[in-house]
Design a protein around this ligand. Structure first.
Ligand code: MN
Length: 515
């Protein structure tokens, strides 16, 4: 990647003065990294330019691209943030600062399973960076992707270390942001270094099987094309091949039996409207016999990262099992690019809207967890104590969907308790709760909710929150609201007291875990 190449790529997407700024940034970075070399022997500047180029491909705004060019200058050269701010403005400098902090934090989070208190500070930095601006993580993903693409120049030990960290931290991070294509690229590269033998073996298996199934699927595809045309549905039908790493993960679940893998190759039907998605599903089910347990409506109920599609698996008259994914072009775009899609340069949004406190206003609702991160970040900054447990849950824990009796959907972390739900609906509902009915049956305050539960909160105006409730909430949101109410009622005196209770609770939990 050369300066001229990068500018060529940028020109069609940004204003003239923005491209000038970018050129300026390239010059500054080139000078700052002068004399430094990558392990490959190439001049160091090749790396930040490649990162910036990836960010252009992902459709990021100009501040992100400029920050991509400058992302290693503060950490690795004499350049400082004040200089960058004076030259390229607050936003770009802020992003470079965030990326630098994440790099520092990374050192402390090689093993997600071992989030011990001593890594908390590093993790906090990471969270604060994420909480303030999610573009920091997107730049970091582009950075990691290029490092993986050039991993062959590293020592074996370094390769393994970076590959493992990529699978444990960066893959899930991309997934959290709904960036499916990036997640897959990261996982494939990382897995090929972490377990080269398994990778090659699976690659061969897939190659062999694919030839066969491509031929068979061809007939199915043609048949569907014809029917859809007759029904006047404009559709694009593609084959989607399962990635090696997700195949590896799935094989582990089915004890290594390839015959249990139905979706090695799936057919993807892309249509123009949501209505067409359901029509296509109906047509498929009238043509072939569906496997009932494998029908998934991620359009009505998107995955927590915002992914939408209809999934179904059918059996053809030739006894062939075929998986389908049906989605609109918009859903497809989001599935591939995720949150990066919302920073799109074509939208010409004011990049300030995305930063700091304003961000939650523009984030799609299914990205609630980012808002929760911001809450945690605010607490960390104000010096309040957070257990590493909480950090884990909110960043990487799985999430569940539960329903109100009216059918409204709410998104909670796994293990959430009824009061968490009540406070999520409204702090007044939480305040006046005296009981819960889950799927029609009375449920105690301390029993966790499950995916798909219908939760009814029974309230009474005369009811008020109790101190013991602090042990019956798990989310930061509910705890904050509850604590504020308790303080108002004079039940607890201040932050320190509540923090003490949480600490005590954590200790009890730890003791229980030891038993
Ligand atoms: Mn870098």
């Amino acid at each position: 990647m050369k300066k001229s190449e990068l500018l060529e790529r940028a020109r069609p997407h940004y204003e003239e003065d923005q491209v000038l700024d970018l050129e300026h940034a390239i010059d500054i970075a080139t000078k700052a990294h002068e004399g430094q070399k990558r392990k490959s022997g190439e001049p160091y500047i090749v790396h930040p330019l490649s990162v910036a180029s990836t960010l252009i491909d992902w459709g990021m705004d100009i501040d992100s691209v400029i920050a991509g060019v400058l992302h290693d200058t503060v950490e690795d050269t004499d350049t400082n943030l004040d200089q960058l701010e004076a030259l390229f403005g607050k936003d770009a400098a802020f992003l470079v600062d965030g990326v630098t902090k994440v790099s520092q934090a990374r050192a402390g989070m090689q093993d997600l399973a071992a989030y011990l208190p001593q890594t908390k500070d590093n993790l906090s930095k990471l969270l604060i960076a994420v909480g303030q601006d999610v573009r920091v993580i997107i730049i970091k993903l582009a950075d990691r992707l290029h490092n993986l693409q050039t991993l062959q120049h590293m020592s074996h030990d370094k390769q393994v270390k970076i590959a493992r960290e990529s699978l444990e931290v960066f893959g899930p991070m991309a997934d959290r942001l709904g960036m499916g294509r990036v997640r897959m690229e990261i996982e494939e590269l990382a897995f090929s270094y972490l377990d080269p033998q398994a990778f090659k073996k699976l690659q061969n298996v897939v190659r062999k099987r694919l030839g066969k199934s491509t031929r068979k699927l061809g007939a199915v595809r043609e048949e569907i094309s014809k029917v859809l045309e007759k029904e006047n549905i404009k559709a694009e039908i593609n084959g989607r091949v399962k990635s090696i790493y997700s195949l590896h993960k799935k094989l582990k679940k089915v004890d290594g039996n390839m015959d249990d893998i139905y979706d090695l190759m799936a057919l993807r039907v892309i249509v123009e409207t949501k209505e067409d998605c359901y029509r296509v599903l109906g047509i498929l089910h009238s043509l072939y016999q569906p496997m009932i347990s494998r029908i998934k409506d991620y359009i009505a109920i998107p995955k927590p990262n915002g992914y939408q599609s209809l999934h179904t698996t059918v059996i053809t008259p030739q006894k062939q099992i075929v998986e389908f994914q049906i989605r609109t072009y918009d859903m497809h775009e989001f599935a591939e690019r995720g949150l990066a899609a919302s920073f799109h340069y074509h939208d010409q949004k004011n990049s300030k809207d995305y930063t700091r406190n304003k961000k939650s206003a523009v984030l799609p609702t299914h990205m609630q967890w980012i808002t929760q991160l911001q809450e945690i970040a605010t607490k960390l900054r104000s010096g309040e104590d957070i257990t590493s447990d909480q950090l884990n849950v909110d960043l990487f824990g799985d999430r569940i969907f539960v329903y109100s009796p009216k059918g409204d959907i709410y998104n909670l972390p796994e293990g959430a308790l009824p009061l968490d739900f009540a406070y999520l609906v409204h702090s007044d509902i939480g305040k006046h709760a005296y009981g819960f009915r889950v799927n029609g049956a009375i449920q105690p305050f301390d029993k966790p909710l499950h995916n798909g539960d219908i939760v009814e909160v029974m309230t009474r105006k005369t009811n008020s929150p109790k101190q013991a409730w602090l042990e019956q909430v798990t989310t930061t949101h509910a705890r904050n609201k509850l604590r504020a109410q308790l303080r108002q009622l004079g039940v607890i005196s201040g932050i320190s007291h509540a923090a003490a209770i949480i600490k005590q609770k954590t200790l009890i939990k730890k003791k229980e875990a030891k038993k």
